[in-house]
Design a protein around this ligand. Structure first.
Ligand SMILES: CC(C)(COP(=O)(O)OP(=O)(O)OC[C@H]1O[C@@H](n2cnc3c(N)ncnc32)[C@H](O)[C@@H]1OP(=O)(O)O)[C@@H](O)C(=O)NCCC(=O)NCCS
Length: 172
């Protein structure tokens, strides 16, 4: 049975460890498709997933983490960041490889949407890599509409082509 809930501070250390573990196998699809393909330096990703970075995000009062569990194991997570009173960004959503395509990502998203709607958020935005077909299909299946495609300069000095989506929860 899968369950989804908001992460507490106590969960963050476990989540960070699980994420670091994903980085161990450089040949895995998850590493190749989400890190290697974009030329992201390993140190940068380790910084993003470090316990202290995740805790700092929570402490800011703007970020929130949702966890999906199966048999007390974390099998996926979503991170949201509140931009202002009516806008939030879905910063990342990851379902661990062996659990993909079983509706877990959708379950996480449903919880995110429910909570943000209750808080008066009107719009959720999300960025996907232009070539990230699985993520793009996932967002499109869940009602996100393409806003534009654009190119950004990444913090690690490479250009990245993005597809920017939004999900309108309440008409502004
Ligand atoms: C994208 C992701 C979060 C989707 O989670 P998931 O639990 O596998 O998705 P679901 O089972 O809820 O899928 C819902 C729908 O999304 C679409 N989808 C999901 N994975 C897909 C894939 N690999 N290829 C094409 N469409 C896909 C499908 O329309 C699917 O519906 P269907 O299975 O009835 O056809 C997950 O694949 C993932 O973690 N990928 C790696 C990390 C990533 O890219 N994250 C997003 C950017 S941070």
């Amino acid at each position: 049975m899968t369950s989804v809930r908001k992460a507490t501070q106590k969960d963050i250390s476990l989540l960070s460890r699980k994420l670091m573990k994903l980085l161990e196998d450089k040949n895995s699809d998850v590493y190749q498709d989400n890190v290697a393909k974009f030329g992201i330096p390993e140190e940068y990703v380790r910084g993003v997933f470090a316990e202290k970075t995740l805790l700092k995000a929570i402490a800011s009062g703007k970020a929130r983490f949702y966890l999906a569990f199966e048999d007390n194991e974390i099998i996926g997570f979503a991170q949201t960041v509140k931009q202002d009173a009516t806008t939030a960004e879905l910063d990342r959503i990851i379902v661990f490889p062996e659990h993909e395509r079983k509706g877990i990502g959708t379950q996480l998203l449903v919880q995110v949407v429910d909570d943000l709607k209750k808080e008066g958020v009107h719009v959720i935005t999300v960025n996907a890599g232009k070539e990230e077909t699985p993520a793009r299909r996932f967002y499109e299946k869940n009602g996100f509409k393409l806003v534009k495609e654009t190119t950004i300069q990444t913090p690690w000095g490479k250009e990245l082509q993005l597809a920017i989506y939004k999900l309108q929860l309440i008409l502004s």
